[in-house]
Design a protein around this ligand. Structure first.
Ligand SMILES: Nc1ncnc2c1ncn2[C@@H]1O[C@H](COP(=O)(O)OS(=O)(=O)O)[C@@H](OP(=O)(O)O)[C@H]1O
Ligand SMILES: Nc1ncnc2c1ncn2[C@@H]1O[C@H](COP(=O)(O)OP(=O)(O)O)[C@@H](O)[C@H]1O
Length: 199
């Protein structure tokens, strides 16, 4: 999209680096992608608790919540999902500029949409976590009863049933929630972040 020539960037007196120095940690995005019921929200909250308890500033952006406010005009068509992910990418960018850790938990089923979000950030600022769990187990968990509705034909365009999920090819981290406990999943993510000297 062309940038309007009448809109001129304004610089801020306090930089991202100033804010990171004040917070005593780097700012970045942890992007959790996976099927409904794979464990994104559970991992996002457990990570947020870890950060909170260890003096790091983070905040969770969760699809179910963002879709009740900022993105309440969006549904589940491919175009609406793309716009949903784009907006969350932009919000995460603001968080990173504000010196915070953004924990985004969205199905984000399309590879192309995730690549577009990744491109908004520098290499170390975007950590994609593929929350991998077989569809059969997600459906068995069915924490919100949505798979049952999708199978009954009461819910259209449901990811994994009547709408695609394109698996991550080279995520920074993959968490098999059918094999690891929540605590083990969190430890794997924390170890990665420490290894990259991000926290
Ligand atoms: N048709 C359909 N397909 C998938 N999910 C549906 C649908 N309808 C409602 N829900 C509920 O919306 C949550 C997914 O929202 P997201 O913003 O993460 O979706 S997406 O990234 O735009 O694909 C999803 O949350 P999670 O179960 O946490 O993934 C569901 O609770
Ligand atoms: N290892 C695990 N990691 C994450 N969630 C798990 C795990 N094992 C079981 N669960 C359960 O699976 C369900 C996942 O639901 P949720 O976190 O809402 O998934 P999503 O946000 O991807 O839809 C929860 O009831 C959670 O307790």
């Amino acid at each position: 999209m062309n940038i309007n020539p009448n809109i001129i960037s304004q610089s801020y007196a306090i930089s991202k680096e100033d804010r990171q120095a004040k917070n005593k940690h780097r700012s970045f995005v942890i992007w959790l992608t996976g099927l409904s019921g794979s464990g994104k929200s559970t991992l996002a909250n457990a990570l947020d608790q870890y950060f909170f308890n260890n003096g790091l500033s983070s905040y969770v952006l969760d699809g179910d919540n963002i879709r009740q406010g900022l993105n309440k005009n969006l549904g589940f068509s491919p175009a609406d999902r793309k716009e949903n992910i784009r907006r969350v990418g932009e919000v995460s960018k603001l968080f990173v500029s504000a010196g915070l850790i953004s924990i985004a938990a969205f199905i984000s089923p399309y590879l192309e949409d995730r690549v577009e979000v990744r491109e908004m950030f520098s290499e170390k600022e975007f950590i994609e976590v593929f929350v991998n769990c077989p569809l059969e187990l997600c459906e068995k968990r069915d924490p919100k009863g949505l798979y049952r509705k999708a199978r009954n034909g009461q819910l259209q365009q449901f990811t994994g049933i009547s709408s695609p999920y394109e698996e991550s090819i080279e995520p920074e981290i993959e968490i098999r929630t059918d094999q690891l406990s929540v605590e083990e999943g969190v430890s794997k993510i924390i170890s990665f972040l420490k290894g990259q000297v991000l926290i």
